[in-house]
Design a protein around this ligand. Structure first.
Ligand code: PA5
Length: 444
């Protein structure tokens, strides 16, 4: 298994039986995931996806990405939550957070419809207006307000630029196979369609067309991405104490049981930031219900050591850290010698920056452990597509197991509806009249 997991820096905080006492529950969780027999089992289609994905659709995704890479200088990817974060996480982690400034070929990728900021949308419009561009609209339900509003706006702009007929050929819709507003529109307009499988919820959908089309448009090798996920799937389906997903699920559950309330995902690469956002949705929506679960947070070190580092070292002792480390940097950069040595750094002259980063990580880890913060460590070989595919699957599988250890339904998200209903009412959506009156009275 290319993903490694290490609990040695959490040992002082873990009871001796942290794993052995959970083996039965883990085996039960494994069976529920593998057979779809637990709570929410109808949404476990992601478990065997790296093996059972739709090969015909996969080829269409590759062909559509090739077309977009040839005929578009920009791609506007419209979606929110599970229909957004995975694609952005992979595009940035495998490439760079500065993807649009650094890619050599293919389109710039702009993410839209993931909020309601007029200023953010105007900026994207300004950036694409003189380019050839296409849209990938992604919404399982087709009714989510943010992407639906953005799609209206960008579709109008595309039709103004190219005319209705040509615009249709530049819109790619990823949505439900059978139902929903976007499905109806895509059928009527003849957009090329891709499917969000019924059995895969938004936060587990990055390895479906939801993530794969934008990821492929960014030039990431999606065959490698799926191969990495497949390798992880095969390895993690094997039961036992050696299984790193079992260990991770058990360790974080044991620390939660021992009183920890927050899990901070730590990355040392700026390109990892959106992977952290994806991870927060994965664990937050999977586990955060029935008044339970670790609150998932994320930081980027060493930058955040100069801000959040203070709290982590000495604030309320409520957190654990899960550090994600990549074995290989892509390049090297040596620290130069300075004859004046004004900054006193000549002891580092000739050393590679990655060596300095590694020592910063090791030192931080020990300092935080000394400060009462258990550290779990996940190691991936690199930021290549194969490693990232494996990392995605590792966290998905561990998350599903974690949900069953907590005895909740890992695959629903009833809490997300509360804000939506209030927003619909305040916006005057038909059918919400009573609720609108009640909310307006409370707000006045
Ligand atoms: O995980 C989820 O279910 C959510 O984050 C959804 O993905 C998000 O609300 C977008 O939904 P939809 O794809 O239906 O527009």
């Amino acid at each position: 298994m290319m993903i490694k997991f290490d609990t040695s820096n959490a040992t002082p905080f873990l009871p001796q039986d942290w794993l052995t006492s959970r083996m039965d529950a883990l085996e039960s969780g494994r069976a529920k995931l593998e057979n779809g027999s637990g709570l929410g089992g109808e949404y476990t289609g992601w478990v065997h996806l790296p093996r059972d994905y739709d090969k015909e659709e996969f080829a269409r995704i590759q062909a559509a990405a090739e077309r977009i890479r040839k005929d578009s200088q920009a791609l506007v990817v419209i979606g929110i939550g599970g229909s957004y974060l995975g694609a952005r996480a992979v595009v940035e982690l495998v490439n760079s957070p500065n993807f649009n400034l650094t890619h050599k070929d293919g389109p710039d990728i702009y993410f839209a419809g993931n909020g309601l900021s007029a200023d953010a949308m105007l900026e994207v419009i300004d950036l694409i207006k003189d380019k050839d561009w296409s849209i990938n609209v992604i919404s399982k339900s087709g009714t989510t307000t943010e992407p639906a509003v953005a799609f209206r706006i960008f579709k109008n702009l595309l039709e103004e630029k190219y005319g209705k007929e040509e615009a249709r050929k530049r819109i790619y819709a990823t949505t439900d196979a059978k139902k929903g507003a976007l499905k109806g529109l895509a059928d009527a307009e003849g957009y090329e369609e891709f499917v969000v499988p019924d059995a895969v919820g938004g936060r587990y959908s990055v390895l479906t067309a939801v993530g794969l089309l934008p990821i492929a448009c960014a030039g990431v090798d999606i065959v490698e991405l799926m191969a990495g996920a497949r390798e992880a799937m095969d390895a993690l389906s094997v039961p036992g104490a050696e299984n790193p997903a079992w260990q991770y699920a058990a360790a974080r559950h044991a620390l939660y049981t021992a009183g920890k309330k927050v899990e901070i995902l730590v990355g040392y690469e700026p390109s990892f930031r959106f992977f952290g956002e994806w991870w927060k949705q994965l664990f937050g929506e999977t586990e955060g219900k029935d008044g339970k679960a670790l609150f998932p947070a994320s930081v980027e070190f060493t930058a955040d050591l100069h801000s959040m580092g203070q709290y982590i070292q000495q604030g309320e002792r409520l957190m654990l850290e899960t550090v994600v480390r990549f074995e290989k940097s892509r390049g090297s950069i040596a620290i130069p010698h300075d004859p004046d040595n004004v900054d006193g750094l000549n002891f580092l002259a000739g050393k590679d920056l990655s060596f300095v980063a590694e020592q910063a990580m090791r030192g931080t880890l020990l300092a935080h452990v000394d400060g009462g913060v258990p550290n779990l460590m996940v190691t991936a070989p690199g930021r290549d597509a194969r490693s990232v595919g494996a990392l995605i699957y590792f966290f998905e599988y561990a998350c599903g197991l974690s949900g069953y250890l907590l005895e909740i339904n890992p695959f629903d998200q009833p809490g997300v509806e509360a804000y939506k209903n209030n927003m619909y009412a305040l916006l005057g959506k038909p059918g919400y009249e009573d609720k609108k009156a009640e909310l307006e009275a409370r707000l006045s």
